[in-house]
Design a protein around this ligand. Structure first.
Ligand SMILES: C[S@@+](CC[C@H](N)C(=O)[O-])C[C@H]1O[C@@H](n2cnc3c(N)ncnc32)[C@H](O)[C@@H]1O
Length: 267
């Protein structure tokens, strides 16, 4: 019991640290080191196997208080990941770059995503939630020569992302936009769609994409269930008349997992 209470206290501490870190962002790099350390530590926390055991025990209690803490942590940590990408972009644009555990983690995820994805130079990839440091679009375009469009709801992220692509992605076919999927011509011809794990409305957007996309399109949905749902929006059931799960890439030692979906009608 004591262990469970300590765990909950630890979650509350993370929650407080993340809220403080989010409030500190002032479009400069002043607080980037603190947030980098916090995100790296939190990444280790959510993949720690002993924490998974404690999390499962806590689920049995069905505590409303824990649900509230989890909801808030998921939201605020997602916001802080977006801020961390801003810091990373500002750092690169300022000429001083570095790579942290969190970003190594994401980059190794991209490698695995490829394996279920078969992206070629003829592919047209749409990324929902491309972020201020658009690693996935850059890596896909560089590795495969595919055309990539990234969209982000946050205008500052689109602006920073474009500056990063100008610097790191010269000659690559990448466009970053702030339009919703309904307003993009690209949506109708996309062959692959990737969702960032920290896009809260990702399943709603996937549902809206059904009538807008071609029948062969493949969706890679990043998500985190169980303890990982403290750092990601979790997976959801889809309408089986629309999207069918075509595979899962489970990665116990990484911050999020990937579910692949295809349209039901092509089976
Ligand atoms: C930090 S980035 C990418 C993080 C990480 N690579 C991942 O897979 O979650 C997530 C981005 O999604 C954007 N975002 C959140 N909700 C969105 C939405 N509904 N549509 C488009 N972008 C969204 C945020 O502004 C943020 O820049």
């Amino acid at each position: 019991m004591e262990k469970l209470l300590t765990f909950q206290d630890e979650l509350n501490d993370y929650r407080e640290y993340f809220h403080r870190a989010a409030a500190q962002y002032d479009q400069t790099m002043a607080h980037h080191l603190e947030l980098q350390q916090l995100i790296d530590e939190y990444s280790r926390f959510v993949i720690n196997p002993s924490n998974h055991v404690i999390w499962e025990q806590l689920q049995e209690e069905r505590s409303d208080e824990l649900s509230l803490i989890a909801d808030d942590l998921r939201q605020i940590s997602a916001r802080c990941v977006a801020i961390m990408e801003k810091y990373r972009a500002l750092k690169l644009l300022d000429g001083s770059s570095g790579i942290t555990d969190y970003f190594r983690n994401i980059e190794s995820c991209i490698e695995q995503e490829f394996s279920g994805f078969q992206v070629t130079s003829a592919s047209r990839v749409l990324m929902v939630g491309s972020g201020s440091f658009p690693m996935t679009p850059l890596l896909i375009a560089r590795r495969t020569g595919a055309e990539v469009v990234g969209i982000d709801i946050d205008e500052e992220s689109v602006q920073l992302g474009r500056a990063i692509v100008d610097q790191l992605g010269q000659g690559l076919n990448i466009r970053l936009l702030s339009n919703p999927v309904e307003e993009l011509e690209f949506t109708g011809t996309a062959t692959h769609i990737i969702f960032s794990s920290t896009v809260e409305q990702k399943y709603d957007i996937m549902d809206r994409l059904y009538p807008l996309t071609g029948k062969e399109v493949i969706v890679a949905m990043r998500y985190g269930d169980g303890l990982k749902s403290l750092f990601n929006f979790p997976s959801q059931e889809t309408d089986s008349r629309k999207w069918q799960q075509a595979g899962k890439i489970l990665r116990p030692d990484q911050v999020f997992d990937i579910a692949l979906y295809r349209k039901e009608n092509i089976r």
